[in-house]
Design a protein around this ligand. Structure first.
Ligand SMILES: Cc1cc2nc3c(=O)[nH]c(=O)nc-3n(C[C@H](O)[C@H](O)[C@H](O)COP(=O)(O)OP(=O)(O)OC[C@H]3O[C@@H](n4cnc5c(N)ncnc54)[C@H](O)[C@@H]3O)c2cc1C
Length: 575
């Protein structure tokens, strides 16, 4: 095993990871900074996939207070208010930084001001965008800056384990696998950022990129860190449904389509959303996804078992101009978005839950920072469309600044717990032993995971289904533990990586199911058919799960209303 040292180690190269790298570098250009990423820098993860845009209060009439209230109310009063405040206030600074320092060019109004469009669940049109390919603009500019700076790139390096000191009181570094050779690398670091981007890819229909398998959350869990709000998995209402044999199925058709006035139709081509909510298709994602599942359960479905999205009434030319990327993506799958109907299904999109953290991105482990989708508490029970990329870029930048300060003030290189390193390697080597697992077994286990999570821990949940899911997940994990790889070569062994992906996904799925059982009410993305009431907002609790030995310890903790209480508002004109 190779061992190297660095001042700052960043895991993941999405919006959070790259912003952190740039900010740490700018704060102190003398620092050695390394970005380790499972894929290629700037080419993987979900920030690149951002279509709709970036929420920020810029326009006259809007305000950070309004953005904050939308975030808190959309999150059903579960967000940590200090985190949400930091999000909305620093988003303003970050979007200017994206334009004026990094060179992003967002769409403009005729008068030269930045164009901001409507996104569901918000009281103001505040979503900044570059057509419907906003993430590519942001990631390309970010990656160019990182390439140009003195920042080390460890591409196709998979983080395997957070390694603490022997005393267990601080992070010492991270065990990585060089995917190109299959060799282990231990990188000692004074400060480490977890920015691997969560990603609910354990559900049959899901939107995130395939490199995301909740590795960061699984590592944090094994390191004993608490995860909050893990029952809160957001389903995006409009996943493309093009059959089981294309990876395009499950990919997202952006929220702006509903924001612009798109209709959802049942299998008989009738509009149904006005029956469920006054905001109809513009209701929040949780409301629309539940309504869609209810329609699907009633049997009024499209040929592939979903529903339809219709935009034609807005004028095909207009749709083609406004949503060029979406129109092309649908055409690739044989659908005419501008003038016809597109089959859609709710699809798992985002995890509001993640590692508990403070507004300065510190965690319960000294030297370990977290940002982006790996972090929990910013969005509570529901993330507003457009608040995801704001979250990763805002907190990524904060983490970079704070890590630079930490390294200069306190962070010394520490000796790792060698026993923990050996144990982590032994865990990863388990499927490399000789054995006779059949071809296709991992695929069957993935299918079993998809089925369990979609049917029993999905949009509608109940105690019986959740208990049954926990039993299923234990059985899948046992089967993974018993699995022996057919091909035991080390370089780019995708079956080995598949096994590791599944291990992470099952570990985190168990947390989701346990947290969903613990929350005996329905809030935002979490809907218990056996406990449909939301419970009193004044007594809002969040779930906090941590691993103790082999068991999961679950606590319900009160949300601190540090800025506004339920029934109050920060908006002066609404008082
Ligand atoms: C299709 C789609 C559309 C979206 N549209 C919007 C939108 O319009 N507006 C919005 O606000 N949000 C949107 N989001 C959400 C948004 O993309 C995310 O909230 C945000 O960008 C996540 O940023 P991140 O840096 O935390 O993670 P990511 O950008 O996902 O980056 C994670 C990084 O971690 C790496 N990684 C993973 N595991 C490991 C490991 N074990 N070791 C090393 N590296 C690892 C990955 O390869 C990747 O580089 C969308 C998401 C999707 C999937």
């Amino acid at each position: 095993m190779v061992t190297q040292d660095t001042d700052v180690l960043i895991l993941g190269s999405g919006g959070a990871g790259l912003f952190a790298a740039l900010h740490a570098h700018r704060a102190d250009p003398a620092l050695s900074i390394a970005v380790a990423v499972k894929g290629l820098l700037g080419k993987c993860g979900c920030t690149r996939m951002v279509q709709g845009g970036y929420n920020v209060a810029l326009a006259p009439g809007d305000s950070v207070e309004r953005h904050f209230m939308d975030t808190i109310e959309g999150g059903k009063w579960l967000p940590d208010q200090e985190l949400a405040w930091k999000l909305v206030t620093l988003a303003v600074e970050r979007v200017h930084e994206l334009e004026n320092e990094l060179g992003c060019f967002f769409d403009r109004n005729p008068d030269g001001t930045i164009h901001q469009k409507a996104f569901a669940g918000q009281t103001f049109d505040r979503t900044v965008h570059k057509g419907d390919l906003t993430g590519i603009e942001i990631m390309n500019r970010l990656a160019e800056q990182v390439w140009a700076a003195k920042i080390a790139r460890l591409e196709e390096h998979r983080a395997l384990e957070l390694i603490k000191t022997r005393a267990g009181d601080a992070i010492a570094g991270v065990l990585l696998l060089d995917m190109r050779s299959g060799e282990y690398l231990f990188l000692r670091a004074r400060a480490v950022l977890l920015a691997t981007g969560g990603g609910p890819t354990m559900y049959r229909y899901h939107t995130p990129s395939g490199d995301k398998s909740c590795d960061g959350l699984a590592m944090a869990l094994r390191a004993g860190l608490p995860l909050r709000d893990m029952e809160m998995v957001q389903f995006h209402p409009t996943g493309l449904l093009a059959g089981a044999y294309t990876r395009m199925t499950g990919t997202v058709l952006e929220e702006g389509l509903r924001g612009a006035g798109g209709y959802l139709l049942d299998g008989a081509k009738e509009r149904f959303m006005p029956r469920y909510d006054a905001a109809a298709e513009r209701a929040t994602r949780d409301v629309v996804s539940r309504a869609m599942l209810s329609e699907m359960r009633s049997g009024r479905v499209s040929p592939h078992g979903g529903l339809y999205l219709s935009m034609a009434h807005l004028g095909p030319e207009n749709v083609r101009r406004q949503f060029k990327g979406m129109v092309e993506r649908c055409a690739d799958c044989g659908f005419d978005l501008a003038g016809g109907l597109v089959e859609v299904v709710p699809t798992a999109h985002y995890m509001m839950g993640g590692v508990e953290f403070r507004p300065d991105c510190t965690t319960g482990l000294a030297g370990l920072f977290v940002a982006g989708e790996d972090a929990g508490g910013v969005h509570g029970a529901n993330r507003l469309g457009g608040n995801g990329v704001a979250n990763s870029t805002v907190f990524g930048g904060v983490a970079g600044d704070e890590m630079a300060a930490w390294v200069n003030e306190a962070g010394a290189l520490q000796e790792p717990d060698r026993a923990a390193l050996d144990a982590a390697i032994a865990r990863c080597e388990r499927p490399m032993r000789p054995g006779k697992s059949g071809h296709g077994e991992l695929e069957a286990l993935r299918e079993a995971l998809y089925a369990t999570m979609w049917e029993k821990v999905g949009i509608l949940r109940g105690a019986a289904g959740l208990h049954s899911a926990l039993a299923d997940l234990a059985a899948i994990d046992d089967a993974l533990e018993a699995h022996a790889l057919f091909d035991r070569s080390r370089a780019f062994n995708l079956s080995w990586h598949d096994w590791m992906n599944l291990k992470s996904l099952v570990a985190v799925s168990r947390v989701i199911a346990q947290a969903a059982l613990a929350r005996n009410d329905s809030r935002g993305a979490h809907y218990r058919e056996d406990c449909p009431e939301s419970g009193p907002l004044e007594q809002s609790n969040y779930t906090s799960v941590r691993r103790k030995g082999d068991a999961l310890e679950i606590a319900l903790r009160p949300v601190a209303f540090t800025r506004v209480r339920p029934g109050e508002t920060l908006l002066r004109d609404a008082a």
